[in-house]
Design a protein around this ligand. Structure first.
Ligand code: UGA
Length: 440
């Protein structure tokens, strides 16, 4: 099928590339000329494992193209995906300005009957809005149907998730356009959930908010474990083996970041308030998440008896999670900010993120290796669980810092092994008295 995709952020670009890989002819549109030029050359503007190989392959097979020109992109398209951003506005609600613009562009330039697919994460009722805008502004006498198809891919695993997702959700109030989108995805051989548009829109928010609640829940359990000398890793294993609960998203840490959970939980909470319905479980998850990295930073400050002035810290990892260069809502930024405000010296290293535009040169030291970062510091903070940190030789690394003080913000390092190597390790929600009697 001939497909156009509006917006080449994570979701749009991955969708376009994967649809071309399964045999469709895809034109991706973005208003950013520089970005389009980069993609035309087969380069990915984002760091995403596996994406560039598929980009190059499908451009060379003439199944994938990039343009800034809507008219050209829509010429042969029978399906148009809207995959533009829905950033958080000041009120917490999703800002729909890019969605509205995409709808107007479609109305202006399409020349054929078209199924418009809303892939962006949007509040319930937005598909209706898109349909109304298009119908009001349509220039030619063509038929337009609007279908909701929310996205469930994770950054850093985007290609894998698109090929091996748990389900594809298709929300259509009419049968035929839903069938067309189902046919588009048939080669992926994934389970399909068919429903109406509003339910599909809600599935996306409800899924993200549920996962966010799960993370905040385990983080609060972790904070309690710490006080009670229990170990949250064991607790997560123990409860996660219950198939009704499941082990996924029970890793205690520094709280969720990124462009999705923070924004989508706020948008859902806003929606509930707007309709005067209590969703305070999500409000609580948001609050707990905002506290989580502060609790971690406070633990470090307490370890230095409340005074970190002049002390130096190595921050290992900046991205909000591994395998991405995305810094949006990254816990590292809040931790850095706090330590700097208290007069500490901060050195940072991330395998992929090489610039922190938030800080002027000289405010913090951006290092090129883990060794350089840990050299002469008073404490090391593992903030993002990159493989490079997990697999490193912590015996060898022991010789770089002034003292072997290590705060593992992701509970990812083998604490017992590191303690034997002479490190003092503090994780999240880990038992401090490790000699507890094993009860059989
Ligand atoms: C998330 C969802 O997982 C995707 O299904 C969804 O499509 C996407 O949002 C979206 O709405 O676009 P993403 O934000 O890329 O994907 O990343 P996740 O892997 O879900 O991680 C989100 C955050 O939760 C990260 O900060 C991560 O460190 C944190 N997390 C995750 C935990 O703290 N503990 C866990 O056990 C799992």
């Amino acid at each position: 099928m001939n497909v156009a995709v509006i917006g080449t952020g994570y979701v749009g670009l991955v969708t376009g590339v994967v649809l071309s890989e399964i045999g469709h002819t895809v034109t991706c549109i973005d208003i950013d000329e520089k970005k389009v030029e980069i993609m035309q050359k087969g380069k990915s503007p984002i760091y995403e494992p596996g994406l560039e190989d598929l980009l190059v392959k499908n451009i060379s097979k003439n199944r994938l193209a990039f343009t800034t020109n809507h008219k050209k992109a829509f010429e042969k398209s029978e399906i148009i995906f809207i995959a533009v951003g829905t950033p958080q506005s000041e009120s917490g609600a999703a800002d729909l300005k890019y969605i509205k613009q995409a709808a107007k562009d479609i109305a202006q330039y399409i020349t054929n009957d078209t199924v418009v697919v809303v892939k962006s994460t949007v509040p319930v009722g937005t598909n209706d809005l898109v349909e109304n805008i298009i119908k009001q502004e349509l220039k030619l006498d063509v038929k337009v149907e609007v279908v909701s198809n929310p996205e469930f891919l994770r950054e850093g695993h985007a290609i894998h998730d698109t090929f091996h997702g748990d389900r594809i959700v298709i929300g259509s109030d009419k049968e035929k356009p839903g069938d067309k989108i189902e046919a588009l995805f048939t080669p992926l051989k994934l389970p399909i959930v068919r429903t109406n548009r509003r339910s599909a829109e809600m599935i996306k928010y409800a899924a993200n908010a549920f996962l966010a609640v799960k993370i905040s829940y385990i983080n609060q359990i972790a904070n309690l474990c710490e006080k009670l000398d229990a170990d949250v890793n064991a607790v997560a294993e123990g409860i996660g083996m219950d198939s009704r609960i499941g082990r996924a998203f029970l890793n205690a840490g520094l709280g969720y970041g990124g462009s999705c959970f923070p924004k989508d939980t706020e948008a859902l909470a806003f929606l509930a308030k707007e309709y005067n319905t209590s969703l305070n479980i999500v409000d609580a998850a948001i609050q707990a998440n905002s506290n989580q990295s502060e609790i971690f930073t406070q633990k470090i400050i307490d370890r230095f008896k409340g005074n970190v002035q002049g002390k130096s810290f190595a921050i290992l990892g900046l991205a909000f999670k591994p395998n991405t260069d995305d810094l949006r809502e990254a816990p590292a930024l809040k931790i850095i900010e706090k330590l700097l405000s208290l007069g500490a010296k901060v050195k940072v290293y991330d395998p992929i993120v090489q610039h922190l535009n938030e800080y002027q040169a000289g405010v913090l030291e951006h290092c090129q290796s883990i060794q350089e970062c840990m050299d002469n510091v008073d404490a090391t903070l593992l903030v993002t669980e990159w493989d490079e940190f997990i697999e490193n030789d912590w015996k060898e690394l022991r010789k770089y810092p002034n003292q072997p003080l290590l705060f593992d913000g992701r509970n990812i390092l083998p604490t017992d092994k590191l303690v034997k190597l002479g490190w003092q390790v503090e994780g999240i929600g880990q038992a401090q008295k490790r000699k507890s009697v094993e009860v059989i």
